[in-house]
Design a protein around this ligand. Structure first.
Ligand code: FEC
Length: 282
């Protein structure tokens, strides 16, 4: 492709979008709960276990439509619920269904995060654009865009398990939102595409070294929530989160361009254990 044509290409990498994601961080009103009689508790627990159990199981269809509950460590809350659904409307329905339960009377929403599973295609964007151009299509024309769209649809079908992931069964969750820097001297969004591609490639190489011990789900939230991405990491050993994130801090794309929000660390709470948790045992 001619350099003059390349400059006409969009700076934004191609992305694939999948499940809609909602994170909910709750404070649980232990004081009020302690005043609830045994009989009342039983009714409230049964309702919550029934609803959360259905959500945890999800659907056996192509889209897992699952939720998971984690017991949150530290002062930022007591429970974190994560929901993956096929639409934002379905996520909103989850919020409404939860609000109808008696269990909800003891929950106080402290924080939430809305996003959509995103696969960034830094590696293949250029190839896709070049293939469209090789067919004689001019960048930024409807024909060029249609060709790129068709290629994205094929990639989407091939990547379905990563776009609509089941929630990993790992014991620990680490979640946090992130931005890329947009400062006067350093601005990710002003860096040429090829440079960003190189940095993201190096990022991926570090990430893949942890592939056996960490499962990562990146969701995009530009236009949806206050940060640009949500990062969910799942692992059996939470120390691995520290090691991975620490190593990435020395990598160019994080060292220069990464900004981080609040971190949340949770322990998986299988729904069958919710009654135990409500009695103070994990
Ligand atoms: O510009 C963008 O597209 C930014 C979206 C984005 C953020 C981000 C942050 C983190 N990641 C972390 C872990 C991993 C692990 C793997 C991995 C690979 C990728 C790839 C893309 C990508 N990450 Fe990323 N990450 C973002 C995007 N990351 C694109 C390469 C394609 C892919 O595999 O999806 C390796 C996964 C594997 O192959 O097994 C692990 C962690 C962070 C937050 C810390 C930081 O310093 O950035 C941890 C935002």
């Amino acid at each position: 492709m001619e350099e003059s044509q390349l400059s006409e290409l969009p700076g934004v990498p191609l992305t694939l979008e999948g499940s809609c994601v909602l994170h909910q961080m709750f404070h649980f009103d232990w004081n009020a709960w302690k005043g609830v009689s045994f009989e009342q508790r039983h009714g409230i627990e049964t309702g919550a276990v029934e609803l959360f159990g259905r959500w945890e199981e999800g659907s056996k269809q192509e889209h897992p439509n699952q939720s998971a509950v984690f017991s949150l460590i530290g002062h930022k809350g007591d429970l974190i619920l994560i929901h993956f659904r096929e639409s934002f409307q379905a996520l909103n329905q989850v919020e409404l269904d939860l609000a109808q339960t008696a269990f909800y009377d003891y929950l106080e929403l402290k924080h939430s995060y809305v996003s959509v599973v995103e696969l960034g295609l830094y590696e293949s964007s250029r190839k896709t654009w070049e293939a469209a151009s090789a067919k004689g299509l001019e960048p930024n024309t409807p024909e060029f865009r249609a060709e790129v769209e068709a290629s994205l649809e094929r990639a989407s079908a091939a990547m379905a398990p990563r776009l609509y992931p089941a929630i990993p069964e790992a014991k620990y969750l680490c979640f946090y939102p992130m931005d890329r820097l947009r400062a006067e001297a350093k601005n990710w969004y002003m860096v040429p595409f090829a440079e960003r591609q190189r940095m993201m490639h190096e990022h991926g190489l570090i990430g893949r070294r942890y592939g056996d011990v960490v499962k990562q789900i990146i969701s995009g939230s530009i236009g949806m929530d206050d940060w640009e991405w949500g990062v969910d990491l799942f692992a059996q050993d939470p120390v691995v989160f520290k090691k991975l994130i620490y190593e990435m801090r020395f990598d160019e794309v994080s060292a220069v361009y990464a900004l981080f929000g609040q971190f949340f660390l949770g322990v998986r709470l299988p729904i069958e254990n919710l009654t135990h948790w409500l009695a103070g045992k994990l």
